[in-house]
Design a protein around this ligand. Structure first.
Ligand SMILES: Nc1ncnc2c1ncn2[C@@H]1O[C@H](COP(=O)(O)OP(=O)(O)OP(=O)(O)O)[C@@H](O)[C@H]1O
Ligand SMILES: [Mg+2]
Length: 319
């Protein structure tokens, strides 16, 4: 059974003029112990979807379930105990950690809140969590500013692990780090999935990293999932023109760069999305029908679906 599901999820912000539908109807299921990559250009709604998945914002439509129960968008302390096993890691650990408290105390707080730390404080518990993320337990007496960026992100992950999570939603967890810390933190998150069965939603605009870490990948465009499937299938046999364009945009290893050949223009304003297929104004293969129909996800192969009028419609279940 999927551990986390989104069904018809929408997230709408009141805009200056028209409301912004940042997430415009997403169906997505996260399986236990998998790494699910979530990719797409800036502004496509990745963070908005992430916040809805963990209950930081209430969806304006649709439902999110965690462990079969609806996720309740409540303040952290008011959440049902079971929901604490759904955790989020942010791009900037500075903003999620308290700068004025020792990290050991912050992890101990998280243990208490999760009910996993017992009534009395176990001085070893916070250190053990630091050790689990590859840090020296003695570092628990330090303050966040005394860590490097990569170490600070490890602290944030240790604090998330205090709740014994079954799902960690990580929103650009390595984007602010230098290259070596990026690889280490990505490996740490993948290790949680491989070795401990924690499902990880790994959000990134960096497709090359996602290809390395994700078992499955979902591609978002302007608030919708346009393609989802096993990561290697998406890379070797992408069915949506947007996925093909994104893959074409991944920098080549020699650093000479590579621009998306077929992807003109910028992401349209989500407050006024194009009619029919939202991608049609930028699509190199759009037909006269594309502005008139909004495509839904259709099966392309095992566990693989794409929302394009030109993609096949094969038998099977949409993942
Ligand atoms: N609090 C908010 N109020 C109003 N509009 C918002 C708010 N947060 C996000 N948006 C808008 O919603 C859309 C989706 O934003 P979101 O941050 O979810 O995208 P993203 O894919 O995470 O982008 P990035 O890759 O830059 O992090 C954007 O148009 C953004 O301007
Ligand atoms: Mg974001």
């Amino acid at each position: 059974m999927s551990v986390l599901t989104a069904t018809g999820v929408e997230v709408t912000y009141p805009g200056a003029g028209r409301p912004v539908r940042a997430v415009a109807g997403v169906d997505l299921a996260v399986e236990p112990g998998e790494v699910l990559g979530l990719v797409g250009e800036s502004g496509c709604g990745k963070s908005s979807l992430a916040r809805a998945l963990v209950g930081l914002v209430a969806p304006s439509a649709g439902t999110v379930t965690f462990g079969g129960e609806p996720v309740q968008p409540l303040r952290r302390r008011a959440r049902p105990v079971a929901q604490r096993r759904l955790q989020m890691v942010f791009q900037d650990p500075y903003s999620s950690l308290n700068a004025r408290r020792r990290v050991g105390d912050q992890i101990a707080d998280a243990l208490r809140l999760a009910g996993t730390g017992g009534r009395r404080r176990d001085p070893g518990a916070a250190g053990a969590l630091l050790e689990r993320v590859g840090l020296d337990p003695a570092m628990q007496t330090r303050y966040p500013h005394e860590f490097s960026g990569g170490q600070r992100q490890r602290v944030a992950i240790a604090r998330a692990l205090a709740a014994d999570p079954t799902v960690v939603v990580a929103d650009e967890p390595i984007s602010a780090l230098d290259a070596s810390a990026q690889a280490q933190v990505a490996n740490l998150l993948v290790g949680l999935a491989r070795d401990e069965g924690v499902a990880v939603v790994f959000i990134s605009h960096d497709l090359a990293i996602v290809r390395q870490v994700a078992d499955r990948t979902a591609v978002m465009y302007l608030g919708t999932v346009v393609e989802v499937g096993p990561t290697e299938t998406l890379w070797t046999d992408p069915q949506h023109p947007y996925t093909r364009a994104l893959i074409g945009a991944v920098p080549v290893p020699d650093g000479s760069g590579r621009l998306p050949e077929d992807l003109p223009g910028d992401v349209p304003d989500p407050a006024a999305p194009p009619s029919g297929c939202r991608f049609h104004p930028r699509c190199p293969v759009a037909t006269a029908e594309c502005p008139t129909w909004e495509p839904v996800l259709r099966v392309q192969g095992p566990g693989h679906a794409a929302a394009c009028l030109l993609a096949p419609d094969r038998a099977g279940a949409v993942p």
